[in-house]
Design a protein around this ligand. Sequence first.
Ligand SMILES: N=CN[C@@H](CCC(=O)O)C(=O)O
Ligand SMILES: [Zn+2]
Length: 409
Amino acid sequence: MSTVITHIGELHTQDPARGADAVLHDAAVIIEGERIAWLGSSTQAPDADEQFDAGGRAVLPGWVDSHSHMVFAGDRTAEFEARMAGQSYQAGGIAVTTGATREASDYELTRLLLARVAEAAAGGTTYLETKTGYGLDVEQEARSARIASTVVDEVTYLGAHLVPDGIDADAYTDLVCGDMLAAVRPYVQWADVFCERGAFNEEQSRRVLTACRDAGLGLRVHGNQLGEGPGVRLAVEFGAASVDHVNYLSDDDVASLAGTWTGWDRASGTGERGTVATCLPACDLSTRQPLAPGRQLLDAGAEIALASNCNPGTSFTSSMNFCVTTAVLQMGLSVQEAVRAATYGGALALGRHVGRDADGQRAVGSIAVGHRADLHLLNAPSATHLAYRPGMPLTAAVWRAGVSLAGRG
Ligand SMILES: N=CN[C@@H](CCC(=O)O)C(=O)O
Ligand SMILES: [Zn+2]
């Protein structure tokens, strides 16, 4: 089965191999099964089984949301209201969600997760990471990991989210590095640690990262969210794929993140990759933290991603459109930079920016022959409308791995 999408006003390929020609005008794309089979000028498009006329509207790669916490029950409206009344965000709120999550049945947790993933997809997200971290004991973390692995694309083990009541921090860290890690291992590809005041200190974070690396997991770090600290330094030292939040960065932090990309050719997307700095603008607004310095990171030569951080405490939204809008209006990114960070940047953070027919794993976050057919049709002639028309319903249609998910309007 093949579909040709014609009359695309702007096709944002995000394919580094195309260099300056990465945005095509009056373009067409052919989807064949789950893959992109052809792209080029609309006037030269070959025939396909099905036709779809984009009517001059813009097409982007589906959003790659590389940071979310969607396996949970309950909500934290009261905490949000208190924050809006002036209280500051504290890591301890995680315990409230842990209580509600432990109470929920497998059926309920799965149902909630499916509903959240469907909401994200309706907003243009076609590739999604999510984390454990609201179970916080061996059985519950394994359960969260198992449920997540049946629903989302990539699962991250975040047993090191908060030290639960009734156990000493070092004993809990031992558990995270031992029995809990063994129990979640079959279900996860990544590990993360909340390296922050009120969560895990440098020594505990180092132990978690070492154990998870030795277990063969890719690494990421929640770092520098609530103040300067060792998160970025550890992420760079361990060669983590990403460090996320990055609100409070010293000049050294910025330089060391940029330094991880010195062997990388950004223009062609080749060379030795480094540690992606993942900015979470919806979270920054919801916690009234300063927005992450995405502009400064890009200017220094670092690669950045934008992600939703969808979770009940700090960012109860999966809207990547909103994140892109905010990155342009508030963080000083151009539309091109923001769209790249929310597509190709997210794929880089998840190591899914490469992969074609022969690899058995298709690249996501960019549109090229052999990549996964993840497409986002905007109800607008250009991607600029994402920032120019904030909050408007601009997602017109979504294809995930070649399957039409949302809208055909
Ligand atoms: N910062 C740590 N974890 C989440 C928030 C978790 C929560 O408060 O429930 C975050 O990324 O913001
Ligand atoms: Zn998070």
